[in-house]
Ligand binder design. Sequence first.
Ligand SMILES: [Fe+2]
Length: 303
Amino acid sequence: MPASVSIGLTTTEAPFIEEARSHGELYIRQPYELYSEENHEAWRKLYTRMLPRWEKYANEHFLRGINSLCLDANRVPKMEDVNRFLCPLTGFKAKAVSGYVPAFLFFDCLRNREFPTTITIRRADKLDYLPEPDIFHDIAGHVPMHTDRAFADTLVRFGECARTAANMAAEIREKKEQVRVLTSVIKAMARFFWFTVEFGLMRGRDGLKVYGSGLLSSYGEIQHCVESSDVQRYPIQLEWAINQAFEIDRYQPLLFIVDSFDHLFGLVGQLEEWMKAGKLNNVAPGEPGVDEQDLRSFLDAAR
Ligand SMILES: [Fe+2]
């Protein structure tokens, strides 16, 4: 057995990723030969147990997306294969990254129809434990949505909002005020993204359906978010979502519902209008935090 077969690309345990990070390489290739049999087994288990839940709870755009991507239930996907099916549909491409992508760079990738994609996969014996995104979350949870024209356009609008935010921040001369305003604007954008792209619900012909990728990639929460009486579900209001803190390490107690992706697209446009009008400059404090790296990414972009 070649040595590479057993090395693996397991979340937090992959030397290939450590190496890339130590050299400061954010955008990388997907070294497909490094996936171990355990990695493929993790994908197989995750994918096959999820299929019936997608059938039941996922929105129709996602189900069509899964079909058009022709993912293999038995093997971790090759990103070039995924892109071969995805790109002709909406122009989107999955782009391999070595880890966390600072906020502006992330949104700017979306503007260019590139989706920063984690290539590692969680351990096969810890399928429910997910300390950070992995390829199952990114490729099975996010990418099928990118086959839908209206949803893909919505992601691009998020990227354009980030550009607007960077340009506006650059206009603020006083350093402390610049950081204060930018922190608030990034927080508002991150919250809106969280309550839609990651954890959104959509009204469907036969009841509520899931379109948020955090839900679509979680075996437990995809059911809980629709069925449980512990979850509050409300029609989305922009002013609420941008002021609502969230915690990432538990099932979400509060979710927002959109009517359609055209509706969502319109809301991102409204978000940008509000940004220009200064209405995102003082959002309610609380999670998520905005770190130095995120701020810097916006400030560097406007130079
Ligand atoms: Fe995500």
